[in-house]
Ligand binder design. Sequence first.
Ligand code: PLP
Length: 381
Amino acid sequence: MDNKRIFLSLSTQSGFEQHYIQKAFDDNWITSGGPNVDDFEEVLGNYLKDDLYITALNSGTSAIHLALLLLEVGRGDEVICQSLTFSASANPILYQGAIPVFVDSEPETWNICPEHLEIAIADRIKKGKKPKAIIAVHLYGSPYKADEIHAIAERYQIPVIEDSAEALGSSYKGKKCGTFGTFSIFSFNGNKIITTSGGGVLISKSKKSKEKAIFYATQSKDEAVHYQHSEIGYNYRMSNICAGVGLGQMKVLDKNISSRREINGFYREIFKDIKEIELFQTVNNDFFSNYWLSTILVKENENVNRESLRLAFETVNVECRPIWKPMHLQPVFSDYPYYGSNVAENLFKEGLCLPSGSGLTKVEKERIKEVIHSFFNNYNS
Ligand SMILES: *Cc1c(COP(=O)(O)O)cnc(C)c1O
């Protein structure tokens, strides 16, 4: 049997990418900004509907950083951040010299827990500092409890940065992820549901904040004939070539969402009779996940644990990854405050991400099914 590596999340192309890249060359616009960038922002805006202002950037991380800048988060300020996430959600807090305050997840969506969020806010206020922002994440495409989280944020008048990096195409109560936050972001890194080979967008609700975002993203140039700067700038704008890739990729977005959801169904079928495995599923129809990655919890017993299953996959050259290690357990963030119990920690201990690439073939699915069946038959026969 072909033993070519099966990766966690590879991109698939529509075939139109080259056309838009060629257009960048024809326009002789081989730099950042430009016609493809304008078009990409427009196409994405039409997809999300709503009255939104979209700024295309060179990564999702820079989008989060700009959101913090626009919210005037500075040295010594505190920012609440979901602990169970990729480090890119939290790193920009440190770029600003601000202090991350990590909050646990709840078990239904795996995302920021409303109860611990409220405890954290109240306690930080009591200790003398009201948090300047809340970073909430739709992990693996699963929407966070938007009603609860945004009600709390509103009650305390704290803006939310919605990290939708993994959730393009997901929605909550029929409203698309990426439209909830004071600022929202998407990532188009190579492993996400669509890619620009590397890129991101910042989404805001006003023309003024988009203009300010572009100002920061293009080195904060004041209006003058010479180069004049009264603020620190960044080189964060999306390249016109990358935007061309993105325009081609937008054509396969719907198809990618269906195939990732279909892959989730494939895993549901495989695991339905395996008692040690719990496949993550959205709790009810309010939550619509793009299932960017399908994830499972492995209930440990004398025969099976998360790591033994991961190694069984690795033996046949199939990539699986433990779910994100919570930020409050990361050496680099260990000195910062944390509110919660051990929900995120246990998800990390038991959780495994399975191959979920939109282009997963029938043959590859057979290989995956085979390794799971032989792994569990060894113990259950
Ligand atoms: C990928 C990702 C980011 C960062 O996006 P980049 O484009 O890679 O900088 C931020 N947050 C989460 C949750 C992500 O998965």
